[in-house]
Design a protein around this ligand. Structure first.
Ligand SMILES: Nc1ncnc2c1ncn2[C@@H]1O[C@H](COP(=O)(O)OP(=O)(O)OP(=O)(O)O)[C@@H](O)[C@H]1O
Ligand SMILES: Cc1cn([C@H]2C[C@H](O)[C@@H](COP(=O)(O)O)O2)c(=O)[nH]c1=O
Length: 217
């Protein structure tokens, strides 16, 4: 947990079941007396929502796509996430930087090191002294809803008009899933991998268990 606030991100391929549990978890966290800020990426501010719309619907090259994600994140961090954490609120965010590594890094094959450089630029915490090194804003917990891409595709079939990401083939989502795997291997204690290939109730129990075991609900 950060000094004051609590930051939980929800990750996974499209259709993994993240959004199904965000509001219910928010309710459980509110029950502990915390104010909850429910938000999403790309998005979460008026500017970032405009960038979201571009990223999801306009054709562009992988670098432009990665820069848009980080530009949206920078605004979101400054306008919403950092102020909320400073107030001691809980921020529940539907996707954060792991999605950039998974989708742009894994899915698109964009250079992982360049993404790490952008991450350092965008997420450095200003108040940390030089002696203790640069600290990056990261979620206190990342719930990774892990589901085989074929099952996710079945769940999404016919649900809505697919955007630039949702219309990608299964092989793209296999690469995204591998991106999440790699990202988790780089910081395992931050992640809880939730087996999303279960009933909604079983997934919910797994979500609650991960948050409860950390003493946050
Ligand atoms: N455990 C489950 N079993 C079967 N269907 C599920 C389960 N969880 C969610 N669903 C259904 O799968 C679909 C996708 O779920 P949801 O919108 O929560 O996914 P998501 O990860 O938020 O997707 P996206 O990132 O594309 O917004 C919805 O129709 C939802 O009702
Ligand atoms: C943050 C982030 C998101 N994406 C992709 C992943 C999804 O396909 C869409 C967002 O849609 P959702 O229904 O809100 O899940 O954007 C990405 O490629 N890179 C990112 O950093």
């Amino acid at each position: 947990m950060t000094a004051q606030g609590l930051f939980i991100s929800f990750e996974g391929i499209d259709g993994a079941g993240k959004s199904t549990h965000v509001e219910a978890l928010a309710e459980r966290v509110r029950g502990t007396g915390r104010t909850v800020v429910l938000t999403r990426e790309p998005g979460g501010t008026p500017l970032a929502e405009k960038l979201r719309s571009l990223a999801l619907h306009e054709a562009m090259d992988p670098l432009t796509e990665a820069l848009l994600m980080f530009a949206a994140r920078r605004d979101h961090l400054q306008q919403v996430i950092e102020p909320a954490l400073a107030r001691g609120d809980a921020v529940l965010c539907d996707r954060f930087t792991d999605a950039t590594f998974a989708y742009q890094g894994g899915g698109r094959g964009f250079d992982w090191q360049t993404l790490s450089t952008l991450e350092r630029m965008v997420q450095s915490l200003p108040s940390v002294s030089e002696a203790s090194g640069v600290k990056l804003r990261q979620p206190d917990l990342t719930l990774w809803f892990d589901l085989p891409p074929s099952t996710a595709a079945e769940r999404l079939a016919g649900a809505r008009l697919p955007d630039r990401f949702e219309s990608q083939p299964i092989t793209f989502f296999e690469a995204v899933r591998a991106g999440y795997e790699r990202r988790m291997s780089e910081d395992p204690s931050r992640f809880a991998r939730v087996d999303a290939n279960q009933s909604r109730e079983q997934v919910w129990q797994a979500v609650c268990q991960s948050v409860h075991s950390r003493g946050w609900i």
